[in-house]
Design a protein around this ligand. Structure first.
Ligand code: FE
Ligand code: ZN
Length: 459
């Protein structure tokens, strides 16, 4: 808070304030500051408020604790307009954040300092540009704030290099004739950790596509009846009773106008009615289960990532046990940290990296963790909003990374982190049939006590 504003705030109460007193107060946040000033003026009689008055007041004043946030996403924080400056700031933020992870693993000198070296080993951290394949070897450029250097990747490193996009990585190798001959490519990656164990169940689902003709209502009913303890027996029924959270990774509704001639595939053609129907279907989940609802590319919200949560008029349709979050979103479920990301970039990764496949979504998701970024490929099918802070960087290491979007089921553990793609509630569409995409709908992942189980609600 600037000092003149503080002086003015005291003036409202008819008081003057000593400059040193202002100095003490200037670091308080807005809300506490207003309350503290009101408190001082109520408890102190003198016309000029002294530093001692302030110190005494601060000792007896009860500060409001900041509410503990259990969601981190872009909702209400979007600042970008898509200008050139925004893009520069966006990439700067991405570089700064991800390079700090790489620097935990290797040292690194500036590109501009390379010229001092001759046939010596160097370590450089930078952003990859322009990967070229020459058959026997590959080359790419590595850029930091001070310059660009080309990197030669031969042998096995050629394959690693060909899987690089706009990644921030480290290169270890010999600097000779103006280029680095790489011995090692270092990803930011995540450290190995223990699996999270909790004594409650978390159910992961995605891509309900309410409103689509292909929405699988009978299977959905079976699922919600299981959650309600109406069907199943033995261990399965016990497990239902343990579920405290349901996390949904977006594409709640099928949307309207998402692709050409979509109306032919819709049962409900009005977007608002689709969400009314969605709210009705989520009512079938017992109220003591908290539902975290994220968004995807079929939802009624801006397409560019990071996406904010649904607009208020839609949120209001849902009952109180539904928490609306953006995409991506970090959510804290009683200490279990879940990173929800709808998964649009998985399309790009699976298309560009031949060893990845739609049948094993978990392998593509592991790439995101390794690269510490939810969309390592800029300019693919995933539109990105250039926020000043790159919220697609995986800053915190979650206990669970949860996606959907590609409508196939796959789970795995990577360095202790559960990766789960929990398929869909929509049968194969005409479009998917033409594209030879084979969804595995109605598969549900449940995480309980460090173990992940697969439940099939398909007939
Ligand atoms: Fe979807
Ligand atoms: Zn999607």
């Amino acid at each position: 808070m600037d000092k003149r504003t503080i002086v003015k705030k005291f003036a409202v109460y008819g008081r003057n304030v000593h400059p040193l007193a202002v100095e003490i107060l200037k670091d308080l946040d807005q809300k506490n500051l207003d309350n503290v000033i009101a408190y001082i003026c109520k408890t102190v009689d003198s016309f000029v408020i002294s530093p001692e008055d302030v110190m005494r007041a601060l000792k007896s004043y009860k500060f409001e604790e900041k509410p503990k946030r259990d969601v981190k996403d872009v909702t209400g924080k979007s600042m970008c307009e898509g200008t050139i400056e925004d893009f520069i700031a966006y990439f700067k933020s991405r570089f700064e954040k991800v390079s700090s992870f790489v620097r935990r693993r290797i040292g690194g000198i500036k590109v501009s300092a390379l010229e001092k070296f001759r046939n010596e080993q160097v370590e450089v951290v930078g952003m990859v540009k322009d990967v070229r394949d020459y058959g026997e070897f590959a080359m790419f450029d590595l850029e930091d704030k001070t310059g660009v250097v080309s990197v030669f990747a031969g042998g096995k490193l050629r394959e690693v290099a060909l899987e690089l996009f706009d990644d921030v990585i480290g290169v270890v190798g010999i600097y000779r004739n103006g280029r680095i001959y790489a011995d090692r490519i270092v990803f930011p990656d995540i450290p190995i950790r223990e699996r999270a164990r909790r004594d409650f169940g978390v159910v992961f689902i995605s891509d309900t596509h309410f409103g689509s003709r292909e929405f699988l209502e009978r299977e959905w009913d079976l699922f919600t009846r299981w959650l309600s303890g109406e069907v199943g027996s033995g261990r399965l029924l016990d497990l239902a009773g343990k579920v405290k959270y349901v996390v949904i990774a977006g594409d709640i509704v099928d949307g309207v106008g998402i692709y050409p001639k979509q109306e032919e595939d819709l049962l409900i053609t009005d977007i608002y009615s689709q969400y009314e129907y969605a709210a009705e279907q989520l009512e079938k989940i017992p109220k003591d289960i908290k539902i975290y609802l994220s968004v995807g590319n079929h939802d009624a919200i801006r397409q560019a990532e990071p996406q904010p949560a649904l607009p208020k008029e839609i949120r209001d349709l849902f009952s109180n046990n539904v928490v609306h979050v953006g995409n991506p979103a970090y959510v804290n479920l009683d200490g279990l940290n879940v990173l929800i990301y709808h998964g649009r970039s998985l399309d790009d990764l699976i298309t560009k990296i031949p060893r990845l496949s739609y049948d094993r979504p978990q392998e593509a998701m592991i790439e995101l963790l390794k690269r510490r970024h939810l969309c390592p490929l800029y300019g693919g099918k995933t539109p990105i909003a250039p926020e000043r802070e790159d919220l697609l960087v995986i800053d915190e290491i979650p206990d669970v990374l949860h996606s959907g979007h590609i409508h196939t089921y796959g789970v795995g553990f990577y360095r202790g982190v559960l990766v789960v793609n929990s398929s869909a509630w929509q049968a194969q569409t005409e479009f998917q049939r033409k594209m030879n995409l084979n969804p595995t709908p109605c598969n549900v992942a449940i995480y309980y006590n460090g173990e992940v189980g697969r439940l099939r609600f398909c007939k």
